[in-house]
Design a protein around this ligand. Structure first.
Ligand code: DAH
Length: 345
């Protein structure tokens, strides 16, 4: 074995190593030179055939070569690892960068107003309950003392369902949240403080102040000793939490078949503060709710002892409140799905 062979092995091994670009190629290279059948191992194995002198020099050189190749292999492996890491770093996600903002929606102005109303009521101890939008005529009208030919039905034009029982159409889309007063009292005993948010439907032509679907919040409190002052206090607190402490709240007689006495609740006009202006139709006040003391007959009909328990009820129109709060002049904006309008809230 001539020394020149070792030199050739060294040259070849080094150039191959420089080209090896991944772990598999490196491993193949290691087997080709340093493995049991590898070139250097073969040389060492043949040493015994050489004359003593030559064996010593060639042996020493072969061992040097082996060490050099091992060192070169380790270096190349390290270099490849460094390159791999650099590559990963150049394309990897920098988790320390601030994130990109995605498009975030917002709450509809009716939802916002509803949340404000309910948070004020829950603070005062009201629980929240919901009822069905498809309702029996009984709960929507009769149980609320609005019999079939009562004029109060005229002001609540109704979407009737085709469903018939006893030859009569007696299911409808509720025209008010008040039916939940009855449903709730039927299933609960006093003390009651409940707020009922929900949609109601009326078969009417739409214009700037009328929609065929609106949102209401019903209030009902029944307990021993509840009187008109409790009603005024509670409704004043609610109205002022929505419109501000500086706005006074006015109660005037009104008629609703299910309360006695009944009242109309109005908030002082924010523009003229009661003096009367165009915005409030010269009234000075803007109506926001109907209310009253729960009619004795209604308490009796749900099985309550009407000598022991009294209560008040109220119904708020949420669109109306939102219009007054935000200065919206047309109720149809709420459900027109015009993003230019919705983005203002
Ligand atoms: N339900 C009535 C309506 O939609 C509003 C109302 C008036 C509710 C008086 C009440 C009440 O609870 O006491 O016009």
């Amino acid at each position: 074995m001539a020394p020149i062979d070792l030199e050739t092995i060294w040259q070849k091994a080094r150039s191959e190593l420089a080209c090896a670009g991944d772990a598999n190629t490196l491993d193949a290279w290691r087997l080709a030179y340093l493995g049991r059948q590898g070139a250097v191992t073969q040389v060492l194995r043949l040493l015994g055939d050489l004359p003593v002198e030559e064996r010593r020099t060639v042996g020493a050189r072969a061992n040097d070569l082996k060490r050099e190749l091992e060192r070169a292999l380790a270096e190349r492996a390290e270099e490849l690892e460094r390159l791999a890491i650099a590559e990963i770093e150049s394309v990897a996600l920098d988790v320390t960068l601030p994130g990109r903002k995605g498009p975030v929606g917002r709450l509809h102005p009716i939802s916002q107003t509803m949340r404000d109303i309910l948070s004020s009521l829950t603070e005062m101890g009201f629980q929240v309950a919901e009822g069905p939008e498809v309702e029996w005529e009984y709960y929507n009208f009769e149980a609320l003392r609005i019999p079939e030919h009562h004029p109060a039905r005229d002001s609540q034009d109704t979407f009737w369902l085709d469903f018939r029982k006893d030859g009569k159409r007696n299911m409808l889309l509720r025209t008010q949240t008040s039916p939940m007063q009855i449903r709730f009292m039927e299933t609960h005993q006093p003390p009651i403080r409940v707020a009922v948010p929900g949609r109601v439907y009326r078969y009417e032509a739409t214009d700037a102040t009328h929609e065929w679907m609106i949102t209401q919040v019903e209030l009902l409190a029944v307990d021993e000793g509840i009187n008109f002052r409790h009603m005024k206090g509670c409704l004043t607190q609610l109205a002022q939490s929505l419109f501000g402490r500086d706005r006074s709240v006015r109660f005037r007689c009104d008629y609703f078949p299910f309360v006695e006495p009944g009242a109309e609740v109005a908030i002082e006009c924010g523009l003229c503060h009661g003096a009367g202006c165009r915005s409030c139709g010269n009234e000075g006040y803007l109506e926001i709710a109907g209310a009253g003391m729960v009619h004795r007959e209604i308490l009796e009909n749900v099985g309550y002892d009407a000598d022991r328990y009294t209560g008040f009820a109220a119904g708020f129109g949420v669109e109306r409140i939102a219009m007054l709060r935000y200065g919206i002049d047309d109720i149809r904006h709420f459900y027109g799905n015009d993003l230019r309008f919705l983005r203002k809230f």
